[in-house]
Design a protein around this ligand. Structure first.
Ligand code: PLP
Length: 489
């Protein structure tokens, strides 16, 4: 029989088949202090698949081959970009001295891990021009919530209880308004100008004594540097609010400028977007949060500090905005980011921003003849096309994204930001070579040509994937998560 691995074969269980034999119970009949009480014991064998080791290994290997990741190919997913995950990061974070450390280990016996935490927080503070960092939040969006909790606590501890509004630009990532809502803040939208930056004239009338602060992403989700920040910082501070910096796009300005120097009070960093940590399947991640001098006491508990003799200890502050995690963040993720910073060193960290900007502009300028560039000019780390220049064929952004799969590329981010109807958001990242970018540019041009010469080929793509076009709305709203359910139908 020819086995077709393009079809996912899930039901492999065969009565009586075994992949592993448990060691004999040497304690049988003997007194065992850890014996389970009878009421906790299972009365029947668990319903596990009965498979050989070969079955299991082949099943998962074949499944993994259907996955696409940064280790498989180019992944130009703007805004949520997956990046280079250096192997040395994995080696360092797998050192048994760290992996076997229990979170409850007393500080005397976990000085090394606390030193890593302390040094990484200090490095991020230096890189971003802020005073202190917590590494406790588990993701970028969790960092946003933490930062907004700090913002709220700042106003409340000063008795300024009416500051319950937060201003969010219309170009913001969806997590910004979502985090503000979770924090109990009211969202007020500020519009963008035709150039894609925050409209200062639209902002001015929104600023009053009910505003807790503004959230800004810089460069913003269009990949454009917000040039009016000095004026915005002045206006918001004058109105009594604080400035929050969504640092998801920090890689674009690394080595060139720092949020703290721009006048921001609070920020988060997505370690996966700038410091090479993996972020597959939504996590685990880490979203460190930094504050300017004068706000350190509001950082979440617990906090890692160093005493005069150079020893590290864990502290709590009664004025803290609260607890946001059980322990001290996702330590394995922190180890990877710290390794990356040390691997690059001060000199090479400064190259990250310029290379991210160079790569993005190279791809943008190479493709703007075929793809519609709504905002001209130099972008930062990413840019947005509004579909194809030639709209007469009816080929949409979704069609282009699907056709790219046939050519072995992960699709760019599509239909975000919402400012354009056919958004295609591309971030090549700072770590890709010119050869990789040239191959991608050639394929994008091929797809644009196909759209004109044979639009149906693009409209019906993909052809090479295990499943063709999904009903994505139903797949998201009513996912079928077990194969048995499928079989039953
Ligand atoms: C601008 C922006 N803000 C916030 C987030 C949310 O970050 P995370 O996915 O780490 O929660 C992202 C996603 O990467 C983003 O691009």
């Amino acid at each position: 029989m020819i086995r077709n691995y393009d079809k996912l074969i899930f039901e492999l269980s065969k009565e009586g088949r075994e992949g592993y034999s448990l060691p004999k119970n040497e304690f049988k009949g003997l007194y065992c202090p850890c014996a389970l009480p009878a009421n906790l014991k299972c009365s029947s064998a668990p319903l596990l698949p009965q498979v050989t080791e070969f079955d299991v290994v082949r099943h998962y290997t074949n499944l993994s081959n259907k996955n696409f990741g940064v280790d498989t190919g180019f992944y130009p997913l703007g805004s949520c970009t997956m990046k280079y995950n250096p192997r040395i990061n994995e080696e360092i974070c797998s050192l048994p001295a760290f992996t076997s450390l229990h979170p409850e280990t007393p500080v005397q016996a976990s000085q090394g891990a606390l030193e890593v935490y302390y040094n990484l927080a200090a490095s991020l503070a230096e890189i971003s021009g802020l005073s202190a960092f917590t590494l406790n939040p588990y993701a970028g969006a969790h960092g946003e919530l933490t930062g907004l909790m700090i913002m709220r606590s700042y106003h409340e501890q000063r008795g300024d209880h009416k500051r319950t509004k937060v201003i969010v630009p219309d170009s913001a990532h969806g997590t910004n308004p979502a985090s503000a809502a979770v924090c109990g803040l009211q969202i007020v939208e500020v519009k963008s100008t035709a150039n894609g930056t925050v409209d200062v004239e639209d902002l001015k009338p929104l600023l009053d004594d009910t505003v807790a602060g503004i959230m800004m992403t810089n460069p913003n989700t269009l990949g454009i540097f917000e040039t009016e920040i000095p004026e915005i910082a002045h206006l918001v501070h004058e109105a009594g609010g604080l400035l929050y910096y969504d640092g998801a796009n920090l890689n674009a300005v690394l080595g060139k400028c720092r949020p703290g120097d721009m006048g921001f009070d609070i920020m988060h960093i997505n370690l996966h977007k700038t410091f090479s940590t993996p972020h597959g399947g939504g996590g685990p991640g880490d979203g460190p949060v930094g504050v300017r001098a004068g706000l350190e006491h509001l950082l979440p508990n617990p906090q890692v500090k160093k005493d005069d003799s150079g020893r590290f200890f864990i502290d709590t502050d009664e004025h803290s905005a609260g607890y946001v995690s059980n322990f001290l963040g996702n330590f394995g993720v922190l180890m990877r980011a710290y390794t990356y910073i040390l691997t690059l060193g001060r000199e090479n960290v400064k190259m990250v921003g310029p290379l991210a900007v160079l790569n993005a502009n190279y791809v943008k300028e190479s493709l703007k003849g075929e793809y519609l560039l709504p905002i001209e000019g130099v972008c930062k780390h990413e840019f947005v096309f509004d579909g194809l220049v030639d709209k007469s064929t009816g080929v949409t952004t979704l069609d282009i994204a699907k056709r790219l799969l046939d050519y072995g590329y992960h699709a760019p981010t599509i239909y975000f930001p919402l400012l354009f109807h056919q958004s295609i958001m591309i971030e090549p990242t700072e770590t890709e070579s010119k050869e990789t970018l040239d191959e991608f540019i050639a394929v994008m041009k091929t797809v644009a040509r196909e759209a004109i010469e044979n639009p149906d080929v693009v409209k019906n793509a993909p052809y090479s994937t295990p499943v063709r076009r999904l009903d994505e709305t139903t797949a998201a709203r009513s996912p079928k998560t077990t194969y048995k359910q499928l079989v039953a139908e």
